[in-house]
Design a binder for this molecule. Structure first.
Ligand SMILES: [Zn+2]
Ligand SMILES: [Zn+2]
Length: 207
C-alpha cells in the first residue's frame, strides 16, 4: 500500500492495521498462489494460503485455549502474515484480547468470525497461528504438512496423548520437555542448557 492510500484510508476513519497483513486483500495481479482454501462454519469468513507447509504445527493444552475453544486442547499451524489472503479482508471478523479481556485489536489477540464465532486464528506480533480444522486439506500429503509436531503447555492437559511427540511444560523450545517426550528431544534440550550454562560461566556471569 502506498502512502497516499494510507492517508486516504485514515481520513475515512478506517483503522490502518485493517489494510495491513494479515487483513490486506491481495490484488488479482499479485500472483498470490492460493495453495489452500479455508472457511469458518457459516462460510462468511473465507481465506486462502500461499505457503505449502506451515512454519510449525502444534497442539496447545493451556487453560486459555481450553476455555477459548471449549475443547481439551487446541491445534494451531504457524504462518507469516503475508501467507494469508482473507477474501473479504477484515470484514466479518471480530477480535478479542485475552490479556486485557477487551474486544479491541491489540496484539496478541484472538480472531473469530463475527457471525458464527468460529475461532479463525491467534494473531501475534509477527506471526499468525491458524486453526487447521478450517482448512480443506484434500490429500494425505497436505494432511502430512499440517500434522502436529509437538504439544505445548502439556502440564495443563486434561488428558494424556501418548503419541511420542515432544511435550513441553510451557512454550515449545523454551520450557522443559516432559512426560512422553522422545528421549532425543530431552537429551538435546539438556545439551543446549549445559552449553548455555558453560557459556555463562565462561563470561563470568555465573552466580
Ligand atoms: Zn462464520
Ligand atoms: Zn494455549
Amino acid at each position: 500500500m502506498d502512502k497516499n492510500q494510507a492517508r486516504g484510508e485514515s481520513t475515512t476513519g478506517l483503522s490502518e492495521w485493517k489494510q495491513r497483513p494479515p487483513y490486506r486483500i491481495h490484488e488479482p495481479n499479485e500472483n498470490f498462489n492460493a495453495r489452500y482454501e479455508a472457511n469458518c462454519h457459516c462460510g462468511r469468513v473465507k481465506y486462502q494460503l500461499s505457503r505449502q507447509e506451515p512454519l510449525d504445527s502444534k497442539l496447545c493444552h493451556c487453560t486459555t485455549c481450553q476455555t477459548q475453544h471449549a475443547a481439551p486442547f487446541q491445534w494451531a499451524a504457524v504462518f507469516h502474515k503475508e501467507d494469508i489472503n482473507f477474501v473479504h479482508g477484515h470484514h466479518d471478523l471480530e477480535w478479542y484480547d485475552p490479556t486485557e479481556k477487551s474486544i479491541e485489536h491489540k496484539l496478541p489477540c484472538k480472531v473469530r468470525c463475527s457471525f458464527c464465532h468460529s475461532p479463525i486464528m491467534d494473531e501475534g506480533r509477527n506471526m499468525i497461528l491458524l486453526f487447521p480444522s478450517l482448512i480443506h486439506l484434500k490429500t494425505d500429503e497436505d494432511k502430512a504438512f499440517f500434522k502436529p509436531r509437538c504439544h505445548m503447555f502439556y502440564g495443563q492437559r486434561v488428558m494424556d496423548i501418548p503419541d511420542g511427540l515432544p511435550k513441553w511444560s510451557g512454550l515449545n523450545n523454551e520450557s522443559e520437555p516432559i512426560e512422553d517426550s522422545p528421549p532425543e528431544t530431552v537429551r538435546e534440550f539438556e545439551r543446549k542448557r549445559e552449553e548455555e550454562r558453560a557459556k555463562r560461566f565462561e563470561e563470568g556471569k555465573n552466580e
